[in-house]
Design a protein around this ligand. Structure first.
Ligand code: HEM
Length: 164
């Protein structure tokens, strides 16, 4: 476990993961949730990207809490698989039971990872999910949009986090 942290020496980071190594570590911050069909809400979040030495994959895990009450909210975890050609595939399992296969691109000169769902499974109403992550000045921000059976693609989450 301890070896799978951001403190890996440069040469232990797999070449496929190296372009995304700014992500590795633990991030904490706050976000806001909204959607046309629900009341908006605020949450705190802890997010981790870890890497096992010499594996071409980043493990991802996220937990959220209600900002006012501290009660746990949504959590999810998965794996990010960057390819040398700038494409990336991501699998995520959510605490609600929903699963996602996301495909997209990364451009770490711009500090941007863009993902669009290729598969959303075990979901009662979610049809599509997009996720855009940005890393800039030691800040990680993201926007998650979703489409449901009743609503077109619209933002559901926006957050910004600092590396611990
Ligand atoms: C509502 C999906 C992440 C908190 C919803 C709804 C869906 C959904 C389908 C119901 C919308 C409707 O009724 O029209 C998702 C997906 C997520 C995600 C696909 C990730 C990709 C999160 C996160 C949080 C969260 C991270 C908390 C930090 C909520 C809350 C509601 C909600 C509080 C309103 C519930 C209610 O009023 O009944 N979400 N969600 N969601 N979501 Fe998410």
């Amino acid at each position: 476990m301890a070896a799978g942290t951001a403190n890996l020496s440069e040469k232990m980071v797999h070449p496929a993961v190296k372009p995304l190594s700014d992500l590795l570590g633990t991030w904490k911050g706050e976000g806001e949730g909204f959607f046309p069909t629900i009341s908006s809400f605020n949450y705190s979040e802890e997010l981790q990207f870890t890497h096992s030495p010499n594996k071409p994959v980043i493990a991802y895990s996220q937990k959220t809490w209600n900002l006012k009450s501290g009660q746990p909210m949504h959590s999810e975890s998965g794996y990010w698989r960057p390819k040398p050609d700038g494409t990336i595939e991501v699998v995520i399992a959510q605490s609600t039971g929903l699963v996602e296969v996301q495909k997209g691109t990364y451009d770490m000169k711009e500090g941007v990872v863009k993902l669009k769902s290729e598969l959303v499974g075990n979901a009662s109403k979610v049809k599509e999910i997009t996720r855009v992550f940005k890393v800039e000045n030691c800040e990680l921000s993201y926007v998650v949009e979703m489409a449901t059976s009743l609503t077109d693609l619209q933002p559901h989450l926006r957050a910004s986090l600092k590396k611990l």
